[in-house]
Design a protein around this ligand. Structure first.
Ligand code: NI
Ligand code: MN
Length: 237
């Protein structure tokens, strides 16, 4: 099976950070963790020219560089209401705060916020601030390619509902274990979603994130689902 991404390119910047380039050339940064991300390639640590940023939840391994990138690039930021409030207090202006079940249009994309089971506190100095609830996104490009970004989550039965409602072709799933689902749960997630392709993330950053794409392939067995195995800095295109 080959990649069916219809001119949408995904560059993995390590952990859960992705740079996505859409068919019309818009650049979307997902869960920006760059400077202190041990697996982010040097050439992406000071990324510029971003049109849109998507944030799944408040943990620092998903938004440590959000303020810096948003100020430097002037990109629009899509996130939950509470994170939006916090980013606003830090001087970020181009914010689209939303909540689960809602769909917005930005950078020619249809973006739906979905549920996730995790936590979302924002560390601000020595305080932990309420960051709302963690989320995922279903994104549809202008040429009707739909993909699902799970965010940090365990597997849950309503992934079948996400599949039924949105019918994504590909899912970006965490597979590292410990803080999120591991390969066995991710295989069940892919099955519930009905996707044909999985782009794994949230693995290999630290020793305890021991799930691997190969373990996910083994857990999927004979299911006809393609698992991509990118190295940080590599692009699926
Ligand atoms: Ni997290
Ligand atoms: Mn995380």
């Amino acid at each position: 099976m080959s990649y069916l991404g219809k001119e949408t390119c995904f560059t993995w910047l390590g952990h859960s950070t992705f740079l996505i380039e859409t068919p019309s050339g818009r650049r979307v940064l997902v869960d920006p963790w760059l400077e202190s991300n041990p697996t982010c390639p040097d050439e992406y640590k000071k990324i510029d020219d971003i049109d849109l940023m998507l944030i799944t939840h408040g943990h620092s391994d998903h938004m440590a560089d959000a303020v810096d990138v948003a100020k430097r690039t002037g990109c629009r930021v899509v996130c939950n209401y509470e994170i939006g409030h916090w980013l606003g207090s830090k001087g970020i202006e181009h914010l689209t705060a939303m909540n689960k079940g809602g769909t917005i249009e930005s950078a020619s994309l249809q973006i739906t916020m979905t549920h996730a089971f995790h936590s979302s506190g924002i560390v601000d100095g020595d305080r932990m601030i309420y960051g709302g609830e963690p989320a995922g996104y279903v994104v549809e490009t202008e040429n009707e390619f739909r993909f699902y970004i799970a965010g940090d989550t365990c597997v849950f039965g309503d992934m079948a509902l996400i599949g039924e409602l949105h019918n994504p072709l590909m899912a970006i799933l965490p597979i590292g274990d410990h803080y999120t689902m591991g390969p066995r749960e991710a295989a069940k997630a892919a099955h519930l979603l009905g996707v044909k392709m999985v782009l794994p993330c949230h693995w290999g950053t630290f020793d305890q994130l021991h799930g691997t794409p190969e373990k996910l392939r083994q857990a999927l067995g004979t299911l006809p689902i393609e698992v991509f195995d990118l190295a940080p800095g590599e692009t699926l295109e």
